[in-house]
Design a protein around this ligand. Sequence first.
Ligand code: TPP
Ligand code: MG
Length: 277
Amino acid sequence: MSLKPESKANLERLCAKFRQDLIKLLHGIQTGHPGGSLSSAEILTTLYFEKLNVDAKKPKDANRDRFVLGKGHAAPMLYMILAEKGFFPQDDLVTLRQLDSKLQGHPCALKTCGVELSTGPLGLGLSAGLGMAMAARLDGLDYRTIVLMGDGELQEGIVWEAAMSAAKFKADNLLVIVDNNGVQLDGTLQEIMPMGDIAAKWRAFGWHVIDIDGHRVDEISTAVDQAKTIKGQPTVIIAKTVKGKGVSFMEGQSAWHGKPISKDDYEQAMKELEVTL
Ligand SMILES: Cc1ncc(C[n+]2csc(CCOP(=O)(O)OP(=O)(O)O)c2C)c(N)n1
Ligand SMILES: [Mg+2]
C-alpha cells in the first residue's frame, strides 16, 4: 500500500526536524557521527514512524518487531527517533557520548530502552538479526527483524556467512536495508575497498533484491511492504543514499564521517537545514 500524502508529509517534516536537531546536538557535544546519521534519516524515520511494530510503553513485548542498527555509529539519529517515540526523555539527548550516559556513542542494549542489540563493531548485526528471525520461527511469533547496514560494513566477512545462512534457512521474516552511500570512514568504497555490484552479490547469495532511492520515504515504505510478500528467501533493500545528506559541505565527504562541528560550520549547516523545515 502506498503512503498516504499526509503520512509522507509527516515523515518528511520529521526528517527535516531530526536533521536540525542532530546538527544542534552534535555541535553542542563536539563529538559524534554526522555523515552516516544524516544518510539514514529517511530510512530510520520511515521504519519507526510507519513500519515497525514497536511501542515505548511495551518495549519488551514478545511480538515487537526487532530493529538492529548494524551501522552502530549512526546512533545519534536512532536516539533522536527513540526519544521522539517516547523510549526515553528528550532531555537525555544532550548526555550523548558522555561518561556513564545511557546514550553511548554506539547503541547499547543494556543501557538504552528501545535498543535491541549493542552494535559498533561492524558486521555483527546481520548474524544477530538472523538469530532473532530464527527465534521468531521457533517461538511461533510473527514479528519481523530488520537490520540496517552500511555499504562499507558489507566488507566484513561475517556479513556473507550470515547472508548465506539466511538464504539456506529461508529467513523470509528477515529484512536487510543497505544504506548505500558509496562512502566509508576515510574515503569512498571505490578508493578503499570496491564492493562491485552489491545487488548481484546479494542475489548470488540467494536474496531477493529491491533497489530504491533511500531519501524517498514513499519508496522506502513501498519496498518494506513489498519485502513482506516475498516468501522462501530473505530480502535486501539497497537504498541509494548520500552520506551527510542535507548539509551541502558534508555531502559525499568521508571527512564528515565523524568529526566535531565548528561554530562556523554549525551556522552554515543550520542555515541550509532551516530552509527545508
Ligand atoms: C569491525 C569494525 N571495523 C572498523 C570499524 C571502524 N568504522 C566505524 S564506521 C566505519 C565505516 C563504515 O562505513 P559504512 O558502513 O559505509 O557506514 P556509513 O557510510 O553509512 O556511515 C568504520 C571503518 C568498526 N566500527 N568496526
Ligand atoms: Mg557508507
